[in-house]
Design a protein around this ligand. Sequence first.
Ligand SMILES: [Mn+2]
Length: 227
Amino acid sequence: MLSIKQNAIFIADAHYPHHGDAFFVLLEHIERGRIKTPQLFLLGDNFDLLFGYNHYIQTFSHKAITLLQRLSHSLEIHYFEGNHDFCLKDIFTNIKVYTREQQPILFTLKEKKVALAHGDKYATGFGYNLYCSALRNKTSLKLLKPLQKPIIDHVVKRLAQKDICHTFKGFEKRVECILKYYEDVDLVIEGHFHQSRIIGKYISLPSLACQGQVGVAKEGTIVFQHL
Ligand SMILES: [Mn+2]
C-alpha cells in the first residue's frame, strides 16, 4: 500500500477553466516552488470538461494540461478521475491515473488505512452507473467525433453557466449510505460534493472552485487550507 506523505495536497473539483483559474494558479505556485509538497492528489473534476480520445476538448484547458504534464516529471501525482474528467491515461502518461472502476484506492496515512475516490461511485443508482460506463467507452467517444464541435460547444456553454456551489441538505444521510461501502477503513477522502465537511471518518474535500481551499496532510490527519 502506498502512503500519503506529510504536506501532501488534495485538490478537488476546481472545475477549470469555467469556474475560475485557481487550479492553474496553484499548479504554477507548486512548479515555482512557492508552495512545497512531496505529493499531489487530484480528486477529480478539476477540469470542468476533459476526456481522452478528443483533441478539440483539450484545447479549452491546454494551459493547465501542459503544466500538469510538465509537473508530473518532478512530482508524484495521483489523479482520481471524476465525472467531468476521465479517460485521462493517454493525456497524462506520467501521472498515476485511476478510473472510476478502479476507485477507491487504499493508502496509509501514518497508521490509518485510508480510501480515496472521486466520490460518485457508491449510492448513485443503476442509471448513473450505466451512463458512466457508456460515456467512458472508447467506441462511443469515437462515434461522437463527427458531431463533436457543436455538441462540445453546447456542453461547454451549459457547464460554464452552471451554479456548482450548493449546501447539500441532509448530507449526513448520504454519507451514512456511502460509508456502508467503507467499513474496513479508518478514513475516507472524497471530492464530488463540494461540501468541505468532515463527518466522522468521512472527509468531503472542499471544492477549489467553491470554497477556494484544498486538503493538506498534517500529522496523520487532513486539514482544509487556503493556499
Ligand atoms: Mn464530480
